[in-house]
Design a protein around this ligand. Structure first.
Ligand SMILES: Nc1ncnc2c1ncn2[C@@H]1O[C@H](COP(=O)(O)OP(=O)(O)O)[C@@H](O)[C@H]1O
Ligand SMILES: [Mg+2]
Length: 314
């Protein structure tokens, strides 16, 4: 039902156009369990909640909005799903001031200008068709994702940083999976890509965007999963040390701190201990390396005091 722009004489556009609304395509995963084991195969340890939402996102052809504290594996989830499905990862990193020209497409003005200056006696109409053709188009991540002939995982990272207008643009793209370029025509996705939007919750997203998406909250992992993540991501670590690290971090997260240690900080700490040749952490070693885990003076002091009180966490 969508009108297609007349491509203004350019023959490039008609090649881009595929008819009808993009389809969801054949399922990428057989079951929720297949998602979990598949992700584990690419070193991402998901729980039932995470694998369930990924499974549904594929079956329902809906984007996933992933929220949760920093460093809990939101970005890594999208990367891992791309690896698992053999898809190309296209990432739109959001920031304040991100606009359509950086998210969708823009014309290469400099190149157009050069083309006009190198005038070869064409009529204005011919010149116009020429400079508004594919050759002068700079495709940004959203357009790239939509017109990609290969399977794509689109990661819209830290979406809470963009302004409302850009959020509205995203919503439009994620509803239609097509882009109208007035001078060229309409570009439609051949297949709806898997889409992950991540948010660190610095502001509330619009109701409309939330409605469009499946919601996934990734919190700090349970003890077992964090231990498994450490064992997977830190080469050379013993099971005993991985267990100790996971337990200590877990107990630190119960303290009233400015910033709790995230999974990435847990991993940094575990790697540090391995490099230092530590086999079992005592209170003193823990205290001396706390700056890897915690990033505020007051948090470090507070935790050190707490650790001094409890010699062994098990
Ligand atoms: N479930 C997980 N399985 C394996 N590694 C993980 C997992 N969650 C987090 N990580 C590790 O933590 C790091 C930080 O995750 P990241 O996705 O960058 O966090 P976020 O985007 O939530 O801030 C990743 O590079 C990865 O090494
Ligand atoms: Mg991230």
């Amino acid at each position: 039902m969508t009108d297609t722009f007349e491509p203004g004489g350019s023959s490039m556009a008609s090649e881009e156009i595929t008819s009808g609304f993009p389809v969801a395509g054949a399922p990428r995963f057989d079951s929720i369990d297949a998602v979990r084991t598949g992700l584990a195969g690419v070193d991402y340890l998901a729980d039932d909640g995470i694998s369930g939402v990924v499974f549904l996102a594929d079956r329902l052809a809906k984007p996933v909005l992933v929220e949760g504290p920093a460093g809990t594996g939101k970005t890594e989830l999208a990367k891992s799903v791309a690896r698992l499905t053999g898809s190309r990862l296209i990432r739109l990193q959001c920031y304040e001031g991100l606009d359509e020209s950086k998210a969708l497409y823009e014309w290469n003005y400099k190149k157009q200008l050069l083309r006009i200056q190198a005038d070869s006696g064409q009529s204005w109409k011919e010149l116009e068709d020429d400079i508004f053709s594919e050759e002068f188009l700079l495709a940004r991540p959203l357009l790239e994702a939509i017109r990609s002939p290969e399977p794509v995982v689109l990661l819209v990272d830290e979406v809470d940083r963009v302004e409302l207008e850009t959020e509205a643009l995203l919503l439009e793209i994620l509803s239609e999976y097509q882009v109208s370029i007035p001078e060229l025509g309409t570009v439609r996705a051949t297949r709806i890509p898997l889409v992950f939007l991540t948010s660190n919750n610095t502001r509330e997203l619009s109701e409309a965007l939330k409605r469009r998406c499946l919601y996934l909250h990734i919190d700090y992992p349970q003890l077992d999963r964090e231990r498994a993540i450490i064992e997977t991501r830190v080469p050379g670590i013993s099971q005993a040390l991985a267990d100790q690290v996971a337990r200590i971090v877990r107990s630190i997260r119960t303290l009233d701190l400015k910033k709790h240690p995230s999974v990435s900080e847990t991993l940094d700490w575990a790697r540090t201990l391995v490099v230092l040749g530590v086999e079992s952490i005592d209170a003193e070693q823990a205290r001396d390396t706390l700056h890897i885990l915690l990033k505020y003076r007051t948090d470090i002091d507070r935790t050190a005091k707490e650790l001094a009180g409890v010699e062994s966490p098990d």
